[in-house]
Design a protein around this ligand. Structure first.
Ligand SMILES: Cc1ncc(COP(=O)(O)O)c(C=O)c1O
Length: 422
């Protein structure tokens, strides 16, 4: 069996119920969910408006193959066009972020016939399908290598760990220089697309400097390369704007979305520029790719994100959280760095602020002790780091819940420091 939930999952919590920012397990224990279930519940879990829309849709039609339109498909597409950045008015759907990234890659290559390369950033995370794993950081002991495509990875600036102690802007310039040099001298067969997460999520929560994001846009324009932004983690309000593209004032040529859009139902896809040629029939059709129930849920979710002012709430909660974490860092030496933007919040735990050596054991203890005290903090075990504590509850959490989560984090960090764990 693969992933058999009845074998070897010791310590895993079995969830039975969720409302807003709270989840409950099969023992009746309540938790404040600062993971938003893989940062997907931007609107709190089981929002009654979303549940009602999904049930209403289930009573009409639950499945239609992509050769047909459905009412929620038309309604959602019209709605997404209204909020799409720039000219990203063409929308494609699927059920998983990894497939949305694959769709973006396919569309880019279709639009640049004869080009053979996709450039991605080191420390990127774009999913777990065969192709998107290859576009992510090198996977340790990767058994899938023989059947994976190869992508070109280039360095990116890292404001917390800049190369050779450079300042952020100098490192940004260096990385842009190396990117352009790679395009000129590092690949055979031309570059079709450059793909990046505007805020790198699973690969260490790295806020890329604006100068770097602007510079990559400029390089793509000058070399006629498709720019793909993977906004699966940053979309639908998490950063304090509907999209990171709005936050930074940069419009990519293709932008992926996922996670927060479905209000807990599986949905993902891409926005593509009007200037790009679309797919022909058969080039990108998935049996369940336009799941009407998820689309109806998404219509209700996007309406709620707008009417409840959740972008503003993300900014307010995020500002409060990062300020409290900064204060906490004066007392809790384990905190090496506090990151945003919006409610895309995390702290990096380090053994020593000079060496910045990751404090992985301490992070594991935070997850464990936090859960024991009823708060689930987000983990990041990828890319060999494993020392990030993510504080990303739903955007509509209350101020009291946010404050409580931070109180518990403070308490738990205090107890871990007292026990000498790093
Ligand atoms: C930036 C980014 N891209 C792609 C994915 C993959 O999405 P999914 O897990 O829905 O396939 C993720 C998931 O964490 C992500 O954060």
């Amino acid at each position: 069996m693969i992933h058999d939930p009845l074998e070897g999952d010791e310590g895993k919590i079995t969830l039975v119920r969720a409302r807003g920012s709270l989840v409950w397990d099969d023992q009746g224990r309540e938790y404040l969910d600062c993971t938003s279930q893989a940062w997907s519940n931007n609107l709190g879990a089981n929002d009654p408006r979303v549940v009602k829309a999904a049930i209403a849709q289930m009573q009409e039609i639950t499945h239609a193959r992509p050769n047909f339109n459905t009412l929620p498909l038309l309604e959602l597409t019209a709605k997404l066009r209204q909020i799409a950045p720039g000219d990203l008015n063409r929308i494609g759907y699927c059920l998983h972020g990894s497939l949305a990234v694959e769709m973006a890659i396919k569309l880019a290559f279709k639009n640049k016939p004869g080009r053979h390369n996709l450039i991605v950033l080191q420390d990127a995370y774009h999913g777990r399908s065969i192709t998107t794993m290859a576009a992510s950081w090198p996977h340790p002991d990767n058994p899938f290598l023989p059947i994976q495509p190869r992508f070109v990875r280039v360095p990116h600036p890292d404001p917390y760990r800049p190369r050779l102690g450079m300042d952020v802007e100098a490192e940004s310039k260096l990385c842009l220089y190396l990117l352009e040099e790679t395009i000129a001298k590092g690949v055979d067969g031309g570059v079709a697309a450059i793909m990046l997460e505007p805020i790198m999520g699973n690969g260490g929560h790295i806020e890329l400097p604006l100068s770097f994001l602007k510079g990559v846009r400029d390089i793509c324009d000058r070399h006629d390369i498709v720019l793909i932004w993977d906004e699966i983690q940053s979309c639908f309000g998490r950063t304090g704007k509907m999209f990171a593209a709005d936050l930074y004032g940069i419009v990519p040529d293709i932008m992926t979305f996922g996670k927060g859009v479905g209000g807990g139902f599986p949905l993902a896809g891409i926005f593509a520029s009007d200037r790009l040629q679309g797919f022909e029939s058969g080039e990108d059709a998935l049996t369940f790719g336009q799941f009407p129930v998820a689309m109806a849920a998404a219509v209700a979710t996007v309406d709620a994100i707008i009417s409840d002012g959740l972008c503003d709430k993300a900014r307010e909660h995020g500002a409060y959280a990062t300020q409290r974490l900064a204060e906490m860092s004066e007392r809790r030496k384990l905190i090496g760095h506090v990151r945003g933007p919006g409610l895309f919040v995390s702290v990096e735990l380090v053994k020593d602020r000079q060496t910045k050596e990751p404090a992985r054991k301490a992070a594991s203890e935070v997850y464990r002790r936090g859960a024991a005290k009823g708060v689930l903090f987000g983990e990041s075990r990828y890319a060999g780091l494993g020392n990030l504590i993510k504080v990303k509850p739903p955007l509509d959490c209350t101020h009291e819940q946010m404050s409580h989560a931070l109180d518990i984090l403070d308490e738990v960090l205090g107890s871990i420091e007292a026990d000498g764990i790093a």
